[in-house]
Ligand binder design. Sequence first.
Ligand code: 57M
Length: 359
Amino acid sequence: MIYHLLYPLSDLVSSFNVFRYITFRTIYASITALVICFLLGPWLIKKMQALQFVQPIRTDGPETHNSKKGTPTMGGVLIVFSVLISTLLWAKLTVDYIWMVLFVTAGFGLIGFIDDYKKLVGKNSHGLPGKVRLLAEILIALFISCLLYLKPGFSSNITIPFFKTILPDLGWGYIVLSTFIIVGAANAVNLTDGLDGLAIGPATICFVTYLLFAYFAGNYKIATYLQIPQVTGAGELTVFCGAMVGAGLGFLWYNTYPAQIFMGDVGSLSLGGALGTLAILTKQEIILAIVGGIFVIETISVIFQVGWFKVSNGRRIFRMAPIHHHFELKGWAEPKVIVRFWIISIIFALVAISTLKLR
Ligand code: 57M
């Protein structure tokens, strides 16, 4: 909004010319989201405590989690709120990609909010029925995927990491793939959010990576040089990613070990949904599996654990899945697991960025 209000006045006030630059607006979108988190965080923690929106702890989990009983949850409302406000303030609102990614962020956040609310108020640990939640996620992802597919000039080719010249055209199959990526990313982040800062750390690292991807895809010279798909308007998604990075750091300030608040499904689903949508809009779809490698590993650990449990009549591969619990049960202190997963996440991000140079 600030761009639309102040940039037109740059003839009168020359310093307003700065609002035309994506880099400037990205930095201030990040700072704005961070400040909102710092201002509202303490109030939200007290509010959730007063409303008794606190996390029930399952008895079948690692014993170290029992001390977490009573920790406020649904802190994801702070992430979603600060990202929405900051993006609406600093992004160019005539770019449809901004509304698409905000729609998914808010839509998945609402699904998570309803799930959390039913768990906490309904006192039933299941929340929304799994099928209903999955259907709602698929409908939102499908809507955006169809909207994108029908957008004039949209390409249904996908980018294959390491192979720049191979750009298979999936046709309407792109709608299926992008729906799968958005829903899959949301649920992968959701599974990962099982230790203090374990989801928000890697998610923030992913948003920094897609901040770069969005800027490169939206810049004709850079996209041509790197031989990546040039996506007109994708550069504005850099501002959204900046807001997400600011919100992520702001939430981490309270979610770091020992957590004062958990993000809840409202946070994990909105973060993952946004990440999946960014992968689609920037035409960097498959590389999300590398950027979000930690989320992939966590999800695969569950698939293998449950699958092996079934085929081997009750035997387990890991001491407990997702894999972060396996390391906890091996005796790693929680902060050790968390920071090591962050380090691995940074390595994944660096490898993903390096593939842009590889031809
Ligand atoms: C999402 N939720 C956390 C918090 C967070 C199929 C199976 C793998 C499903 C999985 C599951 O229940 N996943 C749900 C993970 C929960 O966190 C809440 O959920 C929100 C995210 N959606 O924001 O509100 C617990 O995680 C801990 N936590 C922190 N700090 C944080 O910042 O310590 C969360 C955020 C919180 C808190 O203890 O209560 C979760 O773990 O449930 N199930 C599991 O992950 C369970 N694994 C399991 O059953 N493994 C089995 C089979 C099914 C694979 C096996 O290995 O044999 C584990 N989780 C729990 N207990 N709670 C282990 C048992």
